[in-house]
Design a protein around this ligand. Structure first.
Ligand SMILES: Nc1ncnc2c1ncn2[C@@H]1O[C@H](COP(=O)(O)OP(=O)(O)O)[C@@H](O)[C@H]1O
Ligand SMILES: [Mg+2]
Length: 259
C-alpha cells in the first residue's frame, strides 16, 4: 500500500517581505518619487533598524508595511497583521493605562474575564506594575511609551513596527527603554522593524541596520551587527560602527544635497 506523506506544516519564511517597492506622491511639480525599488526581508524573530535622514521616506515605508497606505509599485507581505508604535504614544487620555491596554485586548477578541489578568501581565512585562489605574496625564513620557509598548504587545502580532518611538525622550529615559525593548524582544521572539534617524540608537538595538538614502529613498547599504546584547550606547564597538555608518550617511547626504 502506498503511504501518503504528511504535508509539512507551512513554515513562515519572513515576518515582512518587500519586493521592488516604490512610492510616489503627487506634489506641486508633478509626481514625487519618495521610495525607489526597495526590496527587504525581515526574518522571523529578527530585529532590523531602518536608518536614514529626516524626510528620506522612513515613515512612508513603515506605513506601507503597516498597510496604512499602498505602494505605487511592488508588493509587501507580512506574517499576520503588524502592531505599530509611534513617537507620540497615541493613548486615549480619558482611559487609564490599564484600560488603554484592555481596549487592545478587547479588539483582539480576548474574553472579558481574561483581560484584567492579561493586562497586569503586560504591565509587568514593561515594568509598570501597579500603574493600572493611572491616568495618562499622571505618567511621565517614558512611562507613557511603556504603556504604548504594552498596548502594541497586547495585539500579539509577530511583527512590531516602531517609528522613532523614543525620539522625544531624554537620553537617560531612552537608554532605559532601549534595555527594556531589547529584553522584551529576546523574551518574546518578536520581529521588530524599528525606524530611526539616530545612528547610535540603530546600532544599539539592531541585529541588522539598513541605511536608506534620500530623494529618493533607496537601500544604500546594510550592516549586520554582531555585538553581543545587552549593549550600551557608549560601548566602544557600538561607537565604532556608528562612526563608520555616519560617514556613509554623510556621503549619501552630500550626494543628494539639500540638507
Ligand atoms: N501623504 C503624503 N503626501 C505627499 N507627500 C508625502 C506624504 N507623506 C510623505 N510625503 C513626503 O515623502 C517624503 C518622506 O517623508 P517621510 O516618510 O515622513 O520621511 P521620514 O519619516 O524619513 O522623515 C517627504 O518629502 C514628505 O514630504
Ligand atoms: Mg518619519
Amino acid at each position: 500500500m502506498a503511504t501518503t506523506l504528511a504535508k509539512a506544516p507551512e513554515s513562515v519564511e519572513y515576518a515582512a517581505r518587500l519586493e521592488h517597492v516604490s512610492k510616489s506622491f503627487a506634489g506641486p511639480g508633478g509626481q514625487q518619487l519618495v521610495l525607489d525599488d526597495i526590496s527587504l526581508d525581515v526574518a522571523p524573530g529578527e530585529f532590523v533598524t531602518l536608518l536614514g535622514a529626516s524626510g528620506c521616506g522612513k515613515s512612508t515605508l513603515l506605513n506601507l508595511v503597516a498597510g496604512l497606505d499602498r505602494p505605487t509599485a511592488g508588493s509587501i507581505g507580512t506574517d499576520g497583521r503588524p502592531a505599530l508604535m509611534f513617537q507620540e504614544h497615541a493613548l486615549f487620555p480619558w482611559l487609564t493605562a490599564g484600560k488603554n491596554i484592555e481596549l487592545a485586548l478587547k479588539l483582539r477578541g480576548v474574553p472579558k474575564n481574561d483581560r484584567r489578568g492579561k493586562t497586569e501581565e503586560l504591565l509587568e512585562l514593561v515594568r509598570l506594575k501597579g500603574a493600572y489605574g493611572k491616568r495618562v496625564h499622571e505618567l511621565s513620557g517614558g512611562m507613557r511609551q511603556r504603556v504604548a509598548l504594552a498596548r502594541a504587545l497586547a495585539q500579539e502580532s509577530n511583527l512590531l513596527l516602531m517609528d522613532e518611538p523614543f525620539a522625544a525622550l531624554d537620553a537617560i529615559t531612552r537608554d532605559v527603554l532601549h534595555d527594556e525593548l531589547t529584553r522584551i524582544w529576546a523574551e518574546t521572539g518578536l520581529s521588530v522593524l524599528f525606524v530611526t534617524h539616530n545612528v547610535r540608537e540603530a546600532v544599539r538595538l539592531a541585529q541588522r541596520v539598513v541605511l536608506l538614502s534620500s530623494r529618493p529613498g533607496r537601500i544604500a547599504r546594510e550592516w549586520s551587527v554582531d555585538i553581543p546584547q545587552p549593549r550600551r550606547i557608549e560601548d566602544a564597538p557600538v561607537a565604532e560602527l556608528s562612526l563608520e555608518i555616519t560617514d556613509v550617511l554623510r556621503g549619501e547626504i552630500r550626494r543628494h544635497g539639500q540638507h
